[in-house]
Design a protein around this ligand. Structure first.
Ligand SMILES: Nc1nc2c(ncn2[C@@H]2O[C@H](COP(=O)(O)OP(=O)(O)OP(=O)(O)O)[C@@H](O)[C@H]2O)c(=O)[nH]1
Ligand SMILES: [Mg+2]
Length: 349
């Protein structure tokens, strides 16, 4: 098998066992696939799948009996995993980490094995043996050219797309991109316009608020739920709480739009760090640096995420983009939506 990577003994042995049928009886099919004319990417994918299956077999036939936890936060080498019997500090099984197409992300459901040790705070340590199939996945691409995927959150039911009227100014094009990303990943999008108390502070004052109202009304006409909120004035927070209750919701948007502030307003005991807006650029300061999942006392969970600068789309092509713009397809879209569609289309071409 062709591979540029240098393989360890264990991995080679697993490959041999898999391919000789000791581990799995897909051998014939695999051999047939290799004998054909396949490009190297496809060959690597098949090889990796074979290794992954073999590794899972190797991990023990007791996989199904291992407890299932949910990833709360991912660090470079560890993950915090939540389980009804208490939190765990987990490492990912090496073979799994090396072979998986996508890294483990917040929200992943994982089977873990306690290893009988505890960390310095007394928390049990465990190894993640398996990642369960994801019901939803919010992914972005590394750039508009979409060379690599960057999965952000798994298994969230909803995505609260947070924008602020001012400081920083709302960018409807980013909202449109995030709407596509949510729907492409199987999440229900909700658009939340925050900082509406700043209507009077903008250079154009009420005019911007009027435009924002019409944009939100347009999204609502497409069946997308919308909210208008102000943290200091308490506007829209009761409705927001209702929307979040008993659901798992990921909050996403530019830095400084108030994602962490909104979570604090719903669940004050969390006391998440919020950052001042830069007086010079009018932008946020990237205060939240990693995604983390929090339980809400009203039921449900929220996942706070770091502010995004741009949002490249993954698994969306110039051919299927129109599916996410029904208003453009049936020619009922306002001009700004048509322009937004064209800009995204151009970036996918
Ligand atoms: N006027 C006003 N300010 C707000 C509102 N919500 C949040 N802010 C302020 O906006 C600033 C940024 O808030 P954060 O909650 O840190 O924003 P964030 O989206 O979490 O930012 P990152 O973590 O950097 O992505 C803080 O100074 C908040 O006090 C609001 O509704 N109105
Ligand atoms: Mg934040």
């Amino acid at each position: 098998m062709a591979s540029n990577r240098k393989r360890g003994h264990r991995e080679k042995d697993l490959t041999r066992r898999f391919l000789t049928g000791e581990v799995d009886d897909d051998r014939l099919e695999t051999c047939e696939r290799f004998s054909g004319k396949r490009d190297s990417a496809e060959r690597r994918r098949i090889e990796r799948t074979a290794l992954l299956r073999a590794a899972e077999e190797e991990a023990g036939r007791d996989l199904d009996s291992l407890p299932i936890g949910q990833v709360v936060q991912v660090y470079s080498l560890y993950c915090d995993v939540e389980h009804e019997s208490g939190p765990r500090l987990c490492v990912v099984r090496k073979t799994l980490a090396r072979l998986s197409d996508s890294p483990i992300v917040v929200g992943d459901l994982v089977r873990f094995r306690d290893i009988g040790t505890v960390d310095e705070s007394g928390r049990p340590e465990a190894v993640i043996e398996q990642v369960l199939p994801r019901r939803t996945i919010l992914t972005r691409a590394d750039s508009f050219k979409a060379v690599e995927q960057q999965p952000i959150v798994a298994n969230a039911a909803q995505m609260l797309i947070v924008v602020s009227l001012h400081q920083p100014d709302v960018k409807w094009g980013l909202v449109d991109r995030m709407l596509v990303a949510a729907q492409a990943g199987g999440l229900t999008p909700i658009v939340c316009l925050n900082k509406i108390d700043l209507a009077a502070a903008g250079a154009q004052g009420e005019e911007d608020l009027e435009f924002a109202r019409s944009a939100l009304a347009h999204y609502a006409s497409l069946g997308i739920r919308t909210l208008m909120t102000s943290v200091p004035q308490g506007t829209g927070l009761a409705e927001l709480k209702q929307v979040l209750q008993d659901q798992c919701t990921v909050l996403a948007g530019h830095s400084g739009v108030g994602k962490s502030s909104l979570i604090n307003a719903i669940e004050p005991t969390l006391n998440l760090r919020v950052g001042e807006i830069s007086g010079y650029t009018g932008k946020g300061r990237h205060t939240t640096t990693t995604a983390r999942r929090y339980a809400l006392s009203c039921g449900g969970h929220v996942i706070d995420t770091p502010g995004v600068k741009l949002f490249g789309l993954w698994n969306v092509t110039a051919d299927n983009l129109i599916e996410y713009f029904p208003d453009v397809a049936n020619e009922t879209a306002p001009q700004w939506r048509v322009e937004s569609y064209r800009r995204i289309l151009a970036s996918l071409a």
